[in-house]
Design a protein around this ligand. Structure first.
Ligand code: XMP
Length: 510
């Protein structure tokens, strides 16, 4: 039985980061809504609980709360920002709005710590933290003492070592908090007694066991896109259930140049049943006239499942549909208090009536880098594992507005040129692609006027795809790509480079 940390979600913007940071320290954790019932929490059996930050104020009506029974479980708790204030308030302290701007803090803040507090043991007495709060604790609850302060805030951290409750006003999960990782490590290992038992080899063995137990002698069908997630899912499933698995590659006609053939070449010779379905026409006709991004996503997700259902009927008696959904998809598609940003293909796009006994999502609780690690554990080739992500809805969400065959062809060519030149220049970026904007503009080609489309180039650096910075690509490279696209791709007369980071933009355009 693995040790588990429970993270209760109050809707803060850094909540996923907390989960990442905990798992980085080889401790398994899950993020759940703040109102998770007490008996479920007991069954979850965490070695420690973290309350996240959140946008609310604990003293306002309707503010998200927890069951106070939580404090009687004898489990250590770390409250972060809103989570800290909530704990303070529920345990008899007093939280108020900062009276004037001097007590409100935002950004990097020099902070002094009491190294006698278990959270700060072994760390320097002063370092920078990342603050982002408008409320503060006017009165510390009984049993607690102050453990850190900044110039504006005397209550930057509190602790009750006897009950093992800790609260910080700042965000230890954010890189800007210089010793944040060490503080979390102190909480996990020093306070909760973590032993660091979360490894991919264990996960693999456990996942294979769970899949075998669930599927038994049944048949499973896997949606193989050739991307990292579905490839790792395929390798995991084939190791678990061998030829009870059929991998179906639906070529929705929204792939990049030559990609369909490449996927087929990579998988056709493996020890699994491989079926390729050419469904380009079908997807295009469903997308005709549709401009709204969420509708496009929903249509594509739905059509995908319909195609699988048909293949499943042909194969006969298929019980399970396997999907390569990963944890950020689950969270970004809206869970608990977090806002829905996009309906990710594998989650929000799924129709209600699916003609399978159940859906298997063996990667549902893994972050991207963990999926890659699992892929290595399963012996997949590095080229496949390191591949940059490609969204399920494919080029349909990179053609802004209505999708047509002509636009897709233009985009495929422009994108191939960009990728070719990036490779030739030896440029490293975590994800890069071309998108076809829905904008046409006037140009001059030879002696004539043109009125054609603009292609946008996007390239980002990111660790986890939750936040991203645009890549500082060399001008010479952009120049070469631009000249080639305008010369070689009919219908395009302008090339733009996207210099927006995420947030406020997203990586994809739709
Ligand atoms: P956004 O646009 O949300 O993208 O900043 C973050 C990362 O997710 C990829 N992405 C998807 N992947 N199905 C997927 O499997 C989808 O529907 C989907 N939408 C976006 C995107 O390419 C980027 O890497």
């Amino acid at each position: 039985m693995k040790q588990k940390i429970l993270i209760l979600d109050f809707g803060g913007q850094y909540n996923q980061l907390i989960a990442r940071r905990v798992r980085e320290q080889r401790v398994y954790c899950e993020l759940h809504p703040h109102d998770m019932p007490l008996d479920e929490i007991r069954r979850f059996d965490p070695i420690g609980i973290v309350f996240t930050g959140g946008p609310g104020s604990v003293y306002l009506p309707g503010a998200p709360k927890v069951d106070p029974g939580l404090f009687e479980l004898g489990v250590p708790i770390l409250g972060i920002c809103y989570g800290c204030q909530l704990m303070a308030q529920l345990l008899g302290g007093r939280v108020t709005a900062a009276q004037d701007d001097s007590a409100r803090e935002y950004g990097k803040t020099p902070t002094a710590f009491d190294p006698a507090c278990a959270l700060f043991r072994g760390l320097p007495e002063e370092s920078v933290t990342w603050m982002s709060h408008g409320d503060y604790m006017a009165e510390v609850p009984p049993g607690f003492r102050l453990a850190a302060h900044s110039a504006a805030c005397p209550t930057a951290a509190i602790c009750d070592e006897a009950r093992r409750f800790y609260g910080v006003q700042f965000h230890p999960e954010v890189e800007h908090t210089e010793r944040g990782r060490d503080m979390l490590r102190n909480f996990l290992y020093g306070v909760c007694g973590a032993v660091g038992d979360w490894t991919m080899a264990d996960y693999k063995a456990q996942a294979i066991g769970a899949i075998r137990a669930k599927v038994g002698g049944g048949k499973a069908l896997l949606a193989l896109s050739g991307g990292v997630d579905s490839s790792v899912a395929a390798a995991l499933l084939s190791e678990a259930i061998g030829d009870q698995l059929t991998c179906v590659f639906v070529d929705h006609g929204l792939m990049r140049k030559n990609e369909g053939d490449e996927v087929e070449a990579a998988f056709a010779h493996r020890e699994l049943n491989f079926v390729r379905v050419d469904a380009g026409e079908r997807f295009l006709s469903r997308l005709r006239g549709v401009e709204e991004p969420e509708r496009k996503r929903k249509i594509i997700g739905e059509e995908f499942v319909r195609v699988f259902e048909e293949v499943a009927h042909e194969i006969g008696a298929v019980d399970y549909l396997v999907q390569g959904t990963i944890y950020p998809d689950v969270i970004e598609s809206g869970q608990g208090e977090a806002a829905v940003i996009k309906s990710h293909h594998n989650v929000g796009g799924l129709p209600d009536t699916v003609d399978f006994r159940a859906i298997l999502e063996p990667l549902r609780l893994l972050f991207k880098d963990e999926v890659r690690q699992l892929g290595r554990e399963l012996g997949l080739p590095a080229a496949l594992i390191e591949r940059q992500p490609f969204p399920g809805p494919g080029l349909a969400i990179r053609v802004i507005g209505e999708v047509t065959r002509e636009k897709l062809d233009m985009l495929r060519e422009a994108d191939a040129i960009f990728r070719e030149e990036m490779a030739r220049a030896g440029c490293a970026a975590d994800q890069y692609f071309a998108a076809l904007t829905n904008m046409r503009s006037v140009g001059v080609m030879g002696d004539g006027r043109s009125y054609d489309y603009a292609v946008a180039l996007r390239s980002v650096q990111t660790r986890d795809f939750m936040t991203a910075n645009f890549s500082r690509l060399p001008w010479e490279l952009l120049d070469r790509v631009s000249v080639r696209i305008v010369n070689e791709v009919r219908g395009v007369n302008r090339v733009l480079y996207d210099v927006t980071s995420k947030p406020p933009a997203t990586v994809e355009y739709e």
